[in-house]
Structure formats: structure tokens, C-alpha cells
Design a protein around this ligand. Structure first.
Ligand code: GLC
Ligand code: CA
Length: 556
């Protein structure tokens, strides 16, 4: 496999609304991010992925864009943004922008025109259809509850919105739309951005007949007709030819519902499409009948999914590695232990993410071991997905207590509570009233405390990033899983030429014993990384693992 800078990089995701407020309005902003660049440099990350900072009415916190070429006034100005880019580049870091082009805001000038009349030149920029028997054109559900269609009074037709009704889907079958998007991307690239994270990019090609989805509900998931749709690879290859291939950049597509086989079509190195995709299989591991139906997860399933992606893309394309982001609960609460073993388990999960093959993505606050939050009532939540679900479930007669419990475990605001910088009011995030309350545990979990504690989760991340940089095998080594059936331990080797690494992770709060399978032959083992001290007399045939212990060895 070819060597590239983005395979060797570690990405840090910033959700600007929640990162750092600089002017006391309670909303994080670009000058706030600039004031924290030294912090990011200390951590040692290479690339910043900035969630949307474009002009937006904020129905979905910036994922509903009304002008792709200007900065949201809450966040600052284009000259603030230019200073941010300069600040990053001068520190040797790169910036990738969020590209949200499956849909725009309904306040985007294109949609304002489009909805005016059936013969408006922008009509075909969006997906309009007549209703059927006084109802929606088909039975598709929106990702944010209810129908995926909304009737517009001006013409009596319906428009498609896979997300909120203020996020109308763009019509990618219209060549003019594609041209506009490519021109806009080129404009940002010419300003110096280093790549894009592409929002739900595998949803842009729809089956033109828009058939009804199978299912018993009033509205049903129509993914068969828009996930990896009929023209998706044609569009991705065209985008690559027209735009991406002209720059030395990195791209990562958000692709719900994609299998490793399908992913290989997006990221295959000979395909001319994307560099990486975000897979969702792991994120669905604790979902029963939909995201809000929370089920326990099993380590053997977790390992099967992770390992399948490791081997499925091996030699073909590159993996992205993440366990949380702005749409997912905090990883230490979900896959680790946010009680007494918070630090140990956060470090163990970090060891996993940084020793698999792929590019690791850190979501802001993950490096502090930030946790989920529990607010007392629905009014304290801000997320549109959470609110729409709450309303639908209350109307359907679900007990409020049960709904709140799902929100505590799965709600997106878990990840969106403000960054916890120090133990002062609002965790040092704002001098005003934060747009979303700070997690009350900021007095204990915060960046200042972590920077001062040599044993903190933060310093562990910093050292892991350094370790990965110093050891090519961590980036490029081949992956092989051991002990697939073990319900407590995730263990694997990485191999590069003559070199070998062994990673052993205890996923639980109980002690357990690891025994290296006989098939792995070695002369001697050296312990090179881990979250607990290990005395030199260790025995790989009988290695006692403490709660959430992670150890990395080189075998010779
Ligand atoms: C992606 C984003 C999410 C957003 C949705 C619609 O899943 O990550 O935050 O709500 O797309 O743009
Ligand atoms: Ca602000």
C-alpha cells in the first residue's frame, strides 16, 4: 500500500459551537478555537476536522447551510477563518472542512428560488413531486422522525428531506447542481483547505422512481433507494476528476449502512473516489429496533465488526478509526466505564483506536475522558433529532422515563456539551450562558487538571500519538486477530516485515488472564506501551490483566 501523509496523521474533530466561546454569547466561535491552538499542538494531532462553520439558520446546528461560501456570524468572519487556517498551517497542522451537500438549508438562495414556481430555473435543484391520493409522494421516513416529505403551499408539490424539513435534499441528477458544488469546493481548496469530511455522502444518488419502502409503519426507512444509489460511484468519480484529484488533500466520507465490500468501492486505491469512509456497523452494535431501542452489546460482536473492517479493506483501501463523534454518545460511557475506571477504560479504548490499521479520529473532549450527561428534562436538550423523537414517542404512548433513558444513553447532546477547560464557572467554556449546559462533572474532568497530571488521559493520548509517529508498524503493519471467541479480551498482532507488535486489551472491570496462543511464536517480548505499569517478569502465557488494562509488546 502506498504511503501518504493522511495515513500517518491523527485527526481531531472540533464541534465549534461547543469548543470555546470568546465573546461571552454562550456560543463557541472561531476566535475561541484560535485561542486553543497551542493546546492542540501539545496534544500532537496533525489534522483538524471542523464541523460546519458556514452561514446557517441552525435548525441542525450548521448542518443546514444557507450559504456555502460565508461564515456563520455566531462563529466569526471569513478573516477569522483565514487566521485559523494560518494558525494551523504555521504549526504544521492541516484543516479539513465539513462538506454538507446531500441537502442545503431551506433558506439557501437556491431553495428560496426553487420553491417559488414549477418553472423557476432552480426548481430542479431539489427533489419535487406531486402527492399521491392527498398524501406524500411515497412512504419514506425522515432520519429525524415523521415523513421525509413536506408539502409546499406555493405550488402544492412536496419536496424531499431525508433529515429535517429545513434540510431539503439537493437533486444530484441535475448536472447544474453538481457543477455548483464542484465550483464551491474548488473555491475552498483554492483558499488553502486540506480536504473535506463529506456529510452522508453515500445518500446523494436516489432511485429516480422513488418507490415506497417496505415496512409496516406509516413511514418506513427507504435506504434501499438512496443508500449507495444507482449513480453514486459515477458522481464520486466525477467529483474526484473535476476537483479532488487536482490537490494534495484528504477526504473522508460519512457513509451510513456501508459494508466493507461497498466501502472498497469508495476507497479502493485504484477507484479515484475517496480516501476513507466512516463505517456505522459498530455504531449500531447496541441498537435493537432502531437507534433508541438500546440493547446490551457483546465484545465478540464488537471484535467481529472491527476485525472485519480491518481485514476487509486490507491491501485495498484505508480505514478510519473512531468510537464517537458529534452524533454519538461519549465512548468512555458507551464502551468503557465512566465510573471508577473512567481513566483506565478511556486509555484502553484509546490504545485500541491508535493501534489498529487506519487513521484515528479524536472527538473533542475524548482526550480528557469526557462522559455522557443526564439532564433532568427534555427542555434542557437542544438537539433536533432528540426533540423530534421525544415528541413522536410521547405521542405513541411510550413512558417518559423510558424515553429519557434512551436519550441518556444515545442522545447526540451527550457529545455536544461544552468542552471542559478548567474548574471555573461553565468549565471555562464561556463567561456567559452556554447554549447547552456544561456537564456538571467539569469540576473534576477538565483540561487544566489533565495537563497538570502526568498520568492523565490527555498525556496518554499525547504519548500514543508520539508512539504511532515513531513506529511505522503501528500505521502500516498488517492486522491479525487472536482469541476471536474471548468475551473479555481483544488481542491482535500487527506485522511489518520482520517486526511484530502484540496488543492485549481487557475490556472489562474484572481481572482476567491472557494466554498467548501457541500459533504465535517468538523468542522474547518487550513491553512498549500500556496504561498500567508492568513488571519485567511478565509471562505472555499467563498474563494477569487488571481492570481495563491495555498492554502493547514487541515480539522478536
Ligand atoms: C450527518 C451529520 C449530522 C447531521 C446529518 C444531517 O449525519 O453528522 O450531525 O445531523 O448528517 O446533515
Ligand atoms: Ca461566541
Amino acid at each position: 500500500m502506498t504511503k501518504t501523509w493522511w495515513k500517518e496523521s491523527v485527526v481531531y474533530q472540533i464541534y465549534p459551537r461547543s469548543f470555546q466561546d470568546s465573546n461571552g454569547d454562550g456560543i463557541g466561535d472561531i476566535p475561541g478555537i484560535i485561542s486553543r491552538l497551542d493546546y492542540l499542538q501539545t496534544l500532537g494531532v496533525d489534522v483538524i476536522w471542523l464541523c460546519p462553520v458556514y452561514q446557517s439558520p441552525n435548525d441542525d446546528n450548521g448542518y443546514d447551510i444557507s450559504d456555502y461560501q460565508s461564515i456563520m456570524s455566531d462563529f466569526g468572519t471569513i478573516s477569522d477563518w483565514e487566521k485559523l487556517l494560518e494558525g494551523l498551517h504555521s504549526r504544521g497542522m492541516k484543516l479539513i472542512m465539513d462538506l454538507v451537500v446531500n441537502h442545503s438549508s431551506d433558506e439557501h438562495a437556491w431553495f428560496v428560488e426553487s420553491r417559488k414556481s414549477k418553472d423557476n430555473p432552480y426548481r430542479d435543484y431539489y427533489i419535487w413531486r406531486d402527492g399521491k391520493d392527498g398524501k406524500e409522494p411515497n412512504n419514506w421516513s425522515s432520519f429525524f422522525s415523521g415523513s421525509a416529505w413536506k408539502k409546499d403551499e406555493a405550488t402544492g408539490q412536496y419536496f424531499l428531506h431525508l433529515f429535517s424539513s429545513k434540510q431539503p435534499d439537493l437533486n444530484w441528477d441535475n448536472e447544474k447542481v453538481r457543477r455548483e458544488v464542484y465550483d464551491m469546493m474548488t473555491w475552498w481548496l483554492d483558499k488553502g483547505v486540506d480536504g473535506f469530511r463529506m456529510d452522508v455522502i453515500n445518500l446523494i444518488s436516489k432511485v429516480q422512481q422513488l418507490p415506497d419502502a417496505a415496512g409496516e409503519g406509516k413511514y418506513n426507512f427507504g435506504g434501499d433507494y438512496f443508500m449507495n444509489g444507482p449513480r453514486i460511484h459515477e458522481f464520486m468519480q466525477e467529483m474526484n476528476r473535476e476537483v479532488l484529484s487536482k490537490y494534495d488533500i484528504m477526504t473522508v466520507g460519512e457513509t451510513p449502512g456501508v459494508t466493507p465490500e461497498e466501502a472498497a468501492l469508495y476507497v479502493g486505491e485504484d477507484r479515484g473516489e475517496l480516501n476513507m469512509v466512516f463505517q456505522f456497523e459498530l455504531m449500531d452494535i447496541d441498537s435493537g429496533n432502531g437507534k433508541w431501542d438500546v440493547c446490551p452489546w457483546k465484545l465478540t460482536d464488537f471484535k467481529r465488526i472491527m476485525s472485519k473492517w480491518q481485514t476487509g479493506l486490507a491491501g485495498k483501501g484505508w480505514n478510519s478509526l473512531y468510537l464517537n463523534n458529534h452524533d454519538q454518545p461519549r465512548m468512555v460511557s458507551r464502551f468503557g466505564n465512566d465510573g471508577i475506571y473512567r481513566k483506565e477504560s478511556a486509555k484502553m479504548l484509546a490504545t485500541l483506536l491508535h493501534t489498529l490499521q487506519g487513521t484515528p479520529y479524536i472527538y473533542q473532549g475524548e482526550e480528557l475522558g469526557m462522559t455522557n450527561v443526564k439532564f433532568g428534562s427534555i427542555e434542557e436538550y437542544q438537539d433536533i433529532e432528540t426533540h423530534n423523537m421525544y415528541k413522536e414517542f410521547v405521542e405513541a404512548g411510550h413512558p417518559v422515563e423510558q424515553i429519557m433513558n434512551s436519550i441518556y444513553i444515545k442522545g447526540r447532546d451527550n457529545a455536544r456539551t461544552p468542552m471542559q477547560w478548567d474548574a471555573t464557572a461553565n468549565g471555562g467554556f464561556t463567561s456567559g450562558t452556554p447554549w447547552l449546559q456544561v456537564n456538571p462533572n467539569f469540576t473534576v474532568i477538565n483540561a487544566e487538571e489533565a495537563l497538570n497530571d502526568p498520568d492523565s488521559v490527555f498525556h496518554y493520548y499525547r504519548k500514543l500519538i508520539e508512539f504511532r509517529k515513531r513506529n511505522e508498524i503501528v500505521v502500516y503493519g498488517d492486522f491479525k486477530e487472536l482469541l476471536e471467541q474471548d468475551e473479555r479480551i481483544y488481542a491482535y498482532t500487527r506485522t511489518l516485515g520482520e517486526q511484530r507488535l502484540l496488543v492485549v486489551l481487557n475490556f472489562f472491570a474484572d481481572e482476567t488472564v491472557f494466554a498467548l496462543p501457541d500459533s504465535v511464536r517468538y523468542g522474547s517480548a518487550e513491553r512498549v506501551f500500556g496504561n498500567y505499569e508492568l513488571s519485567p517478569g511478565f509471562d505472555l502465557n499467563e498474563l494477569k490483566l487488571r481492570p481495563y488494562e491495555a498492554q502493547v509488546f514487541t515480539l522478536v
